[in-house]
Design a protein. Structure first.
Length: 365
């Protein structure tokens, strides 16, 4: 790619918006055209820091996250205060004499041969805060003003493409919720803060008899069950490496049969930039439970085809010793599949898995 190939960079950005795996290539193209060593796009909201880098930046930004250097990131703090809708360099937020005393530069960037950068903050249409940072070698000197001007011309395309990526993930989650509706399961898509983003048609009649759609977050009408929902969302936010399906029993009231509310995290791929993530609330009404088929189980829990076939028989109450004959495989293969299913559904034994997949958890009054 030729220097300052604006058309090529913009094409790469919009391709990544539709194919998340391409974001690494887009960051590489952006960095190469800006003349920096590497680049990163990362989240600035939500419970975790998600990021996409080109290969040159992956190691140092992972270290930046692992060692908690964001706590010393006065560069970000000063840039936030400027509230500038464009790219900024180090010398836009610091005086030259200040840099050597800043811990981020003195103890992190300079020892790795870095120290000059250009970056910007972006807000997607859904309100997610993202940042783009391109980092250059210290020996190359400050990022030239002409590069900043060029990047400012690319910035609107970055903002639109990142918003498209966020919307596409939400759309995919909505499709899963709609698929659950085909099996009689009311469902809605929420973020990890609990705000409802979309619901299938079967969910609407359950508002407000079961669910209260508040401005800040959805609530379960039954207080004790709602506390379990709060705990589930908090756990999903804090235990990002072990996101598990959680099931919340809700007793009957004068308007609503007893049910089970399943909190199902939408699994992330390695190129996911959506802060906090999304999850689906799926409701199993005890009087009219429906067991999803194998294809839907695959979508819900990220199962392989073989695991989904086993899970389907589990949901129908088939004993483990009988599943191998029904799926036409060995008992050891079934055991391997069950072990993977336990890990992906957050269950630890067969009985819990049966209750989860069939929605027949014990309900308290």
């Amino acid at each position: 790619m030729n220097p300052r190939d604006s058309t090529g960079v913009i094409d790469a950005i919009y391709e990544a918006a539709l194919i998340p795996e391409k974001w690494e290539d887009a960051v590489t193209a952006l960095s190469r055209n800006a003349g920096t060593l590497g680049g990163v796009i990362f989240t600035q909201s939500g419970p975790d820091t998600k990021f996409i880098t080109n290969p040159n930046s992956a190691a140092y930004f992972q270290r930046f996250v692992d060692e908690g250097w964001d706590r010393f990131n006065t560069r970000r703090e000063r840039a936030d205060r400027l509230n500038h809708s464009g790219f900024l360099t180090d010398l836009d937020v610091f005086e030259t004499h200040e840099l050597a005393a800043e811990p981020l530069y003195r103890d992190f960037l300079y020892p790795m041969g870095l120290g000059w950068s250009v970056g910007t903050h972006l807000m997607t249409a859904d309100g997610d805060a993202l940042a783009v940072s391109l980092d250059g070698a210290y020996v190359d000197g400050p990022v030239p003003r002409e590069v900043v001007v060029w990047l400012d011309g690319i910035r609107p395309h970055l903002a639109r493409a990142l918003s498209m990526t966020a919307r596409l993930k939400t759309t995919a989650a909505i499709q899963v919720a709609e698929g659950l509706g085909a099996f009689g399961l009311p469902s809605c898509v929420i973020n990890f803060q609990g705000r409802m983003l979309a619901a299938n048609g079967l969910m609407h009649p359950l508002v407000p008899s079961l669910i209260l759609d508040r401005r800040d977050r959805v609530m379960l009408r039954h207080p004790e069950s709602d506390q379990l929902l709060v705990r589930a969302l908090k756990s999903l936010s804090e235990s990002l490496a072990e996101r598990q399906v959680m099931s919340i029993p809700v007793p009957a009231n004068e308007e609503q049969d007893a049910c089970v509310v399943h909190v199902i995290p939408v699994r992330n791929n390695g190129r996911d930039l959506i802060p906090g993530g999304l999850c689906i609330l799926a409701v199993s009404i005890v009087s009219s439970l429906a067991v999803p088929d194998s294809s839907l189980l695959r979508g819900l829990f990220d199962l392989t085809p073989g695991e989904a076939r086993v899970a389907r028989h589990v949901a129908n109450g088939v004993a483990p010793k009988d599943i191998d004959e029904l799926v036409g495989t060995s008992a050891n293969t079934v055991k391997t599949h069950l072990k993977a299913i336990y890990a992906k559904t957050g269950t630890h034994h067969y009985g819990a898995l049966v209750r989860l997949l069939s929605g027949t958890l014990m309900l308290s009054s």
